[in-house]
Design a protein around this ligand. Structure first.
Ligand code: GLN
Length: 282
């Protein structure tokens, strides 16, 4: 069987299973199995594939047809140009979250201390430390399994800088110590009753504890805003990722808590995605 024939078979199987990006996922899985790049389909489509490759590919296609996320099969997701390991214990990093990282980078200076609340795979904090000089950070998560993934990502992606990052297993601020210049967080923010309407890839395979923001989706924002004052230095910056309809609610929470210059920022689709504000100096 040729590379192209195998690809077409995978594509067809995923289409029949109603997988949204059937062609893309069929190609990416084939590249993963064969260690090839996009060029292969264009230039090497007629080459023969081995029996082993066919078996492995069809196994992955079968899993993907059952709506297991592509990233759980390949074990990685690219975020900010870095390949993060992921599994079922962490939220798969989303491109939208890069908006938060880019905003945080505007506020970052040498020597700053960063706190990442609900760090998951560690993608936000590790990206910030990777692209900055001389900053240090603490990643917090309630899930020990998530922190295992985050630590592995930090060891691999921060190599020479691994001593700049540490992780704390904690229910929000409970076991967090010290003060920080920047607090970033992409907490669970989906309303409980919306979760059952999400695609099966998310609903059945991503950790519920990383998605569920309780009844109105705002539980974690309320708690983080209320306690953030103790952990941010005067003039420190708080930056949240939010759901598209939470801009007003989250900025109101921050304004009521005394944050100034509170701004809602949009993602590339023009939807509200990030809220940031500065802790008053008094
Ligand atoms: N901070 C992690 C991310 O952005 C995890 C977020 C979460 O678990 N809600 O991917």
């Amino acid at each position: 069987m040729t590379y192209r024939e195998l690809y077409l078979q995978g594509q067809e199987a995923l289409k029949c299973a109603d997988i949204e990006e059937a062609s893309l996922d069929a190609r990416l899985l084939l590249e993963y199995v064969c260690g090839t790049t996009r060029n292969e389909l264009l230039l090497g489509g007629e080459r023969e594939v081995t029996e082993g490759q066919i078996a492995q590919y069809l196994h992955f296609i079968g899993s993907r047809a059952k709506h297991i996320p592509l990233q759980h099969l390949t074990g990685t997701q690219n975020f900010m140009g870095l390949d993060f390991k992921v599994n079922e214990h962490v939220l798969i990093p989303r491109q939208d979250t890069e908006i938060l990282v880019e905003e945080a980078m505007k506020h970052l200076h040498d020597g700053m201390r960063i706190l990442d609340m609900c760090t998951g795979s560690g993608c936000i904090l590790i990206s910030l430390l990777h692209y900055s000089n001389d900053c240090t950070g603490v990643g917090v998560d309630i899930s020990a399994e998530a922190l295992t993934v985050a630590r592995e990502n930090a060891d691999r992606l921060l190599k020479g800088k691994a001593e700049k990052i540490s992780f704390v297993e904690s229910d929000l601020f409970e076991d967090v110590e010290g003060q920080f210049d920047l607090l970033v967080s992409n907490p669970p923010y989906i309303c409980s009753k919306v979760i059952e309407t999400l695609m099966p890839e998310v609903r059945e395979h991503e950790p519920l504890s990383a998605l569920d923001g309780t009844e109105d989706g705002l539980y974690f924002y309320r708690r983080i805003v209320a306690e953030s004052g103790k952990y941010l230095v005067p003039g420190g910056v708080l930056i949240f990722e939010i759901g598209y309809d939470q801009g007003k609610a989250v900025s109101d929470l921050m304004i009521q808590a005394g944050y100034r210059e509170v701004q809602v920022l949009q993602d590339y689709a023009g939807l509200d995605r990030v809220v940031c504000g500065i802790k008053s100096r008094k």
